[in-house]
Design a protein around this ligand. Structure first.
Ligand code: C2E
Ligand code: MG
Ligand code: MG
Ligand code: MG
Length: 288
């Protein structure tokens, strides 16, 4: 499976299965510890819209980073799938919510209506406490529920149990915008897209990668944009790495852009500087 493949690449996998299981348990134990020792960090990647020919940051996505004392930086693709198999994912998500909300309060000193996107695991929807924690965290900081976008991957939502879907309905009713992440990697149907209480669709970077060179990618992306718009959803393109991709997506009517070409994920201090530059550029008297 994917975790094993990735684990192999990162060198903590060995051929013997019991060894692998042992490593997995070690990682999970260390992850619990990391939560307490401050070894986890949030990076933020801007989401931008095109306004008068300029990119303006309207939101950021919180992305977890784990600086391991011996292994170095461990990618979320390694430890999130492991955490998702256990209850560790709950503590992790609560930690992300609290810290992202704290940072959003700071960022909003520079950008009053900035939004924050948080990635939510399907397992999070099955435990009581997610919506209570979201509500109390935001209320305590005077942040509106509309300002925190909850991103769920396409496959995770499709596979969700009834219980999970009920949680989604409740969150939507409270005013949290729901976003379908990695759209185009699952097996969505029109009926499914229409049934979900969505606000936003994020087209997966695998489709964006070839959008300029593959006619079929282009057709699928255009159809996804038009269909999402017809259903009243905002469309975000993730994984924009080139000017040509940006230009094409803008011309196709894509609402919001994200990718290394615009900005890579960065620590909060750096994002603060990014927003500062953004607001200086937008000031009418500012240079150029
Ligand atoms: P995602 O939510 O789809 O996030 C987008 C991923 O694509 C991020 O990887 C981001 O760094 C990367 N990316 C952004 N722009 C580009 C680009 O132009 N080109 C390419 N090649 N990649 C780009 P990252 O940070 O490694 O996160 C990977 C995945 O791990 C995320 O995918 C998300 O599913 C999960 N994840 C990260 N943080 C959290 C978290 O706090 N909670 C949960 N449940 N999952 C998380
Ligand atoms: Mg995401
Ligand atoms: Mg994604
Ligand atoms: Mg992803």
């Amino acid at each position: 499976d994917a975790a094993i493949r990735l684990g192999k690449r990162y060198g903590f996998y060995s051929r013997r299965y019991d060894r692998y299981t042992e490593e997995r348990l070690t990682i999970l134990t260390e992850l619990r510890l990391a939560l307490e020792t401050g070894a986890l960090q949030l990076y933020y990647q801007p989401k931008a819209i095109m306004r008068d020919g300029r990119l303006v940051t309207t939101g950021v996505e919180a992305l977890l980073r784990w600086e391991h004392p011996e292994r170095g930086m461990i990618a979320p693709e390694i430890f999130i799938p492991l955490a998702e198999q256990t209850d560790v994912i709950h503590q992790l998500t609560l930690w992300v919510i609290t810290n992202a909300a704290d940072d959003l309060t700071r960022f909003r000193l520079l950008q009053r209506d900035l939004s924050m996107a948080i990635n939510i695991s399907p397992r999070n929807l099955l435990t009581k406490g997610l919506d209570a924690h979201l509500q109390s965290t935001l209320l305590a900081r005077n942040l509106s529920f509309e300002s925190v976008i909850l991103e769920l991957t396409e496959t995770s939502v499709m596979d969700s149990e009834r219980e999970g879907l009920l949680t989604l309905d409740r969150l939507k009713e409270l005013g949290f915008p729901l976003s379908i992440d990695d759209f185009g990697t699952g097996y969505s149907s029109l009926a499914y897209l229409q049934k979900m209480p969505l606000s936003e669709v994020k087209i997966d970077k695998s489709l964006i990668k070839d959008v300029c060179t593959s006619r079929s990618s282009q057709i699928i992306v255009k159809a996804a944009i038009d269909m999402s718009h017809s259903l009243g959803y905002t469309v975000v393109a993730e994984g924009i790495e080139q000017q040509a991709q940006l230009d094409l997506l803008v011309s196709m009517g894509c609402d919001c852009m994200q990718g290394f070409f615009i900005a890579t994920p960065m620590p909060s201090d750096q994002l603060f500087g990014w927003l500062q530059q953004d607001s200086e550029r937008m000031r009418p008297t500012g240079a150029g």
